[in-house]
Every structure is written in C-alpha cells, then in structure tokens.
Design a protein around this ligand. Sequence first.
Ligand SMILES: [Zn+2]
Length: 435
Amino acid sequence: MTVIAQRLVGEVLLLTGGQLVPGGAVDIGTDGRIVAVGPESGLAPPERVGSVDRVGGLLMPGLVNAHAHTPMTLVRSAGDGMPLETWLTDAIWPREGHMTPDDAKWGMMLGSTEMLLAGVTTSCEMYFFEDAMVEAVRRTGGRLVMTPGVVSALLPNGDVEPRITELDELFSRYHDPSGRVTVGFAPHSPYDLTPEQVAKIARQAQAVGALLHIHLEETEAERALVLARHGCTATQLLADHGVLEGQVLAAHGVWLDANDQRLLAEAGASVAHCPISNLKLGSGIAPVVDFLSAGVNVGLGTDGVASNDNLDLWEEVKLTPLLARGSRRDPAAMDAAATLTLATTGAARAVGLDSVGDLRPGAWADVIRIDLDQPQFAPGIDLLTHVVFAGSSRHVTDVWVAGHRVVSDRMSTMVDLDEVVAQCRTRGRRLALAN
Ligand SMILES: [Zn+2]
C-alpha cells in the first residue's frame, strides 16, 4: 500500500482540460508523487494520511515554461529597441561573454525563484554553465529541463564533436527522470550552425533519447537567410537531415508556413510559443491556432528576460488567447481551457516530461495555490475564465515541487531572496560596465 505522506485540501481543484473539483484534495506519497486526487470525501480516511494541510484556495498544476535562458536575468532589459540580430551581437553576447559560472548560478537562482514565486515550477533552459544551473535549482527547489547550448562561435574550427562529447557527459551526469533535473541537447538554430552540425547533434540526442531543443523561424530575416543559403525552409532542411526524427522542441516558429507545420506535426515535434518575446523584438505573431489545427503540440515560453522582460508565464497565458482572437478576429479562437493546456500539459510534453503539468495519480506533486479571496475571482461563476483572463502571478501564494513546499505565503522557503537580488545587482552592473 502506498503511504500517503501529506494531503493538500483546497476549496477547488483544477484538473486537466479545465475540470473543476469543489472540495478537492491532493494526496502525495513519500516519493513526492501524487497518489490520488478528487473530492476529499472520496479519498483515503485521514488516519491513513501523515499530515492534512487545509490550504484552501484553488489548487492547480504548476506552470511549465517551455523556452527560457534564465541566467540572462543578469542582462535583463539590455538592448531594448534593437532588432534580434543586432540585439544579440551588440547588446547580449558582449555582456554574456564576461559571465562566469558563479554569475550564471546567481542569475539562475534569481530567475528560478522569480518563476517559483509566480507558480512556474518547471523551465526548459537553453544555456551554458551547466554545473552552475543545476546547483542553482537544487538551491531554489525548481524543476529544470537543462538543454546545454551549441553555438558556432564556441566551436573550435567549426568542429562540433568536442561539444557533443560534453553534452553526452552532461546527459550521463545529470539526466534523472526520477529527480528534478533532466537533460536535452540544444543546437542554437539552423542559421547559426550548418545542417550537418545540427544533424550530428540530433543523431546523438536520438541515440541517448534526449530532447533536441532548437530555435526555429523566429524572424522574417532569418527565414530569408536560410532560404537564400539552402534553397529551402529551415524546417525542410531539418527534415531532410533527419533532425526531426527524434523528440524535437522548436522555439518560436513565428514564420513557419503550412508545409513547415505539416512536417513538424508529422514528426511529433513541438513548438514553444513565446509571444511576448516575439512582440518585444518586433519579430511577429506566431499563428498558434494554425499550429494546433495542423496537429503540432504547443507549449508556452517566456524566452530570456532580455526580450520579455520577466519570467512571469501568466502574462503569456493571458496574451496567447488575446493575440489568437484578435489576429483572427474570432473570439472563439482559443478558450480558457485550451490556453491552460498550453502552459501545463502541452508545455510538459514539449519539454519531454510526461509527469508534470497535470494533477493525476503518478504525476509529480508540482502544485500551486491561487488565493481565491482576491477581487479578481469574484463572483467565481466562470472560475476557469477568471484564472486565465483575470488572474495573474500575484495570486499565487504557495508552491510545492515534488511535494516539497518551496514557496509559502509568497516567500521562498529555500533561498534568501534579498541576498540573491543583491548578488545579481552587483553582477549585472559588472557585466554592463565590462561591455
Ligand atoms: Zn530563445
């Protein structure tokens, strides 16, 4: 018999597909996974439960951020107003070039805590400084899908093999589906790397069963560049080189055409939809309803905070259906339940996790509590719609990851946030001045 370590009892549970369960509770095992969910009256008798915590409020799965570069918190807002290409080369890369592993650790701790306080329990990170990233989330309590980056500028003589060896080692060291860290491979993009380089990385990812995370069709200029260089779209290029044969997460997809979408759908690939970053950099608006109609799985992402400029996925949750409705002039283009799917189970599937984003037996107890006593949740008749269109991260009061309470009454239980903020102020200023 599974031991029930703790029971969280809310006013309402929010389950997959937008199902609301009044008087609902979540039973959590000693292993941090959910044992049972449902109306408290239908669960095991209290004497079989280690502790019963009547937390009230709305209990729902933690949100999943499908595309981020979180240590970029240290360069937050840098280069505002520049287009992607010059923003990267003139504002971001020169600053990041001075970043140390310790900087990345503090930047990751800051961003990870920012996300946890907002109820975002998992993030998929394309970055470097891998040991520092893992150490940071071990301290904050967050869940990390770490996809170490591969960029052409860091390859000796264009040789991708040494980095593939490193990726392999990182995968062996840190990939742990029974813990809080999993590992994928992240070739930057089909315009930064050659198709042969991306294909080599993809083959190795496929060999070990790792997620392949890549930027795809973010800007119109990038699309034109790849078309001119290769005579086909970036997606076709990836398909022709066998890259789509594994598990693929493509970030952005703003300029994907119908054929590209078909290729991604047939391959079972996912798109990380990052509408705020795409708007802030003037890249465009991804046709996310078309993706879904074509059968492409979609998860929401913030992207890095230099192009957002925060990690509050609730902003994407509200903006995604608004953009979909406004751009299609159709108020039925995306409803509240479909939107929440993109931030939970859709994003979880996109980042290669099948046991987060959903309150169900066997899933990780990554649970967040929303304070329903706030004005935005009255009258509470259309509660699901309130959550998506009236709610926000400021209503998240408590957060559990694998059953461990990492945020209590809007405070991190894991880190001294004042210290983290102070460290990041000092380090961020140093990077800006070194530029
Ligand atoms: Zn990105």
